[in-house]
Design a protein around this ligand. Structure first.
Ligand SMILES: C[S@@+](CC[C@H](N)C(=O)[O-])C[C@H]1O[C@@H](n2cnc3c(N)ncnc32)[C@H](O)[C@@H]1O
Length: 395
């Protein structure tokens, strides 16, 4: 852990107001539909305190709450490290556990992507073309052990937190925590106050603000490869997994091992020349929509030919190349099947925006990642061919 000086972690709060009662900011947020149209206080639940640690030095965190609700939940205040003295504000019910070096500009990277999503400018009935509840079910199915009462589960890099909400709803016996770098975490938290087992923290997966070995289950979907060092981020996240705990991650696969991703990588590397993150979000969105208009007809044509070809190969057991890859290519685009044309456009625009927005997008070989699992004492590590990895820690 990087050692930081006293007070290095304090955050400039200008631009924030201490909002205590807010209306729901977005209407299409899939997992929050039940909680719409209510006015309620946004709080940090006090149970969250028990698992927090200083991201600078792993020191113990003490609460200096300024406002609490009648039952002691925290509306606003400050968290302080008893070891190095670093202070972390609780902003709109979410502890901001970023160190001085981790501060992000409000408009940076994924913040705008999620804001656009919440305001309905991308796909609204799915996330990455999938239902968040189905996505979390796929993750849970990869955990070797069932979810027990009172265990802590971490969604590391939760983004719009739709999977986090789905997990909290499906597993009310467990405590679910969403960790996220971008400001999107605050939008998500506005909906979380009324859900007793759901918590949010703004923080960095490479320096996570939690005690080590806290979580019996951790998942991190599409996040670690967006840091400047995927392996370091992997090590930091795995240190949070308890003995006999489970870890599931998704990383961009190496293009040679997953050729289906080559067109997607090509948009980032060739069309946007790897510079998408340097464009202002509005300009980036404009370019993304322009290119989506160009690519969509090709994708629709390729997909319908691909579908016929896939069914032909299935029917006659005709193998042109590896059947599993063919099936994965088909499944990767199958979500477009059931969408109307405008929805197809919005879903594809979201994918492309997500592809070109991050500064870093590393792609990893299967054996490399399996070795990281082994080096972090996950003795059972598994992988599929599209970048999902899972394992159980034995000691
Ligand atoms: C591609 S999105 C995936 C979001 C979510 N896991 C999902 O699958 O729906 C990646 C997310 O990781 C977050 N992220 C990137 N770097 C991070 C970091 N160092 N710490 C925490 N979150 C990070 C981004 O802000 C973004 O919301």
């Amino acid at each position: 852990m990087r050692q930081m000086g006293r007070g290095m972690a304090s955050v400039n709060l200008s631009g924030y107001k201490s909002i205590l009662l807010v209306p729901c900011p977005y209407k299409e947020f899939i997992c929050c539909k039940h909680y719409l149209n209510e006015q309620r206080a946004i709080v940090m639940k006090k149970t969250l305190l028990s698992i927090l640690a200083c991201p600078c030095c792993q020191g113990q965190i003490e609460l200096k709450a300024r406002e609490t609700t009648e039952n002691g939940e925290i509306i606003s205040g400050t968290l302080q490290c008893l070891n190095c003295g670093a202070e972390f504000p609780i902003v709109e019910g979410v502890p901001c556990m970023l160190t001085g070096e981790q501060q992000i500009k409000p408009s940076e990277g994924f913040t705008e992507q999620w804001k656009y999503r919440f305001s309905g400018r991308f796909e609204t009935n799915s996330l990455y073309g999938l239902n968040p509840t189905h996505r979390i079910e796929d993750v849970i199915a990869k955990f070797a052990d069932p979810i027990q009462a009172d265990e802590w589960i971490l969604d590391a890099g939760c983004g719009s937190a739709e999977m986090t909400f789905a997990a909290a709803k499906s597993y009310p016996q467990a405590q679910i925590v969403g960790l996220e770098l971008s400001e999107a975490v605050r939008l998500a938290a506005k909906e979380a106050s009324s859900i007793p087992n759901l918590h949010f923290v703004q923080g960095d997966v490479t320096n996570p603000p939690f005690k080590q070995s806290t979580f019996s289950k951790v998942y991190s979907m599409g996040v670690l490869h967006h840091t400047s060092n995927t392996k370091a981020a992997f090590d930091a996240v795995s240190a949070l997994v308890s003995e006999y705990g489970n870890l599931v991650i998704w990383l961009y696969p190496d293009p040679i091992e997953c050729p289906a991703n080559i067109p997607y990588y090509g948009i980032r590397d060739i069309v946007f020349m790897g510079m998408g993150h340097k464009l202002s979000p509005e300009l980036r969105l404009w370019f993304v929509q322009f290119y989506t208009g160009i690519f969509l007809p090709f994708i629709i044509i390729a997909q319908s030919f691909g579908k016929e070809f896939y069914h032909f190969c299935q029917q006659y057991n005709f193998l042109v190349f590896d059947k599993q890859s063919l099936s994965e290519i088909y499944e990767a685009t199958a979500f477009l099947d059931n969408l109307t044309l405008p929805e197809k456009f919005n879903a594809l625009a979201f994918w492309i925006f997500d592809d070109v927005t991050p500064e870093f997008q590393f792609r990893h070989k299967k054996q490399e990642v399996i070795n990281w699992f082994k080096a972090n004492r996950f003795e059972e590590a598994h992988a599929d061919t599209i970048g999902t990895y899972w394992g159980k820690r034995w000691h």
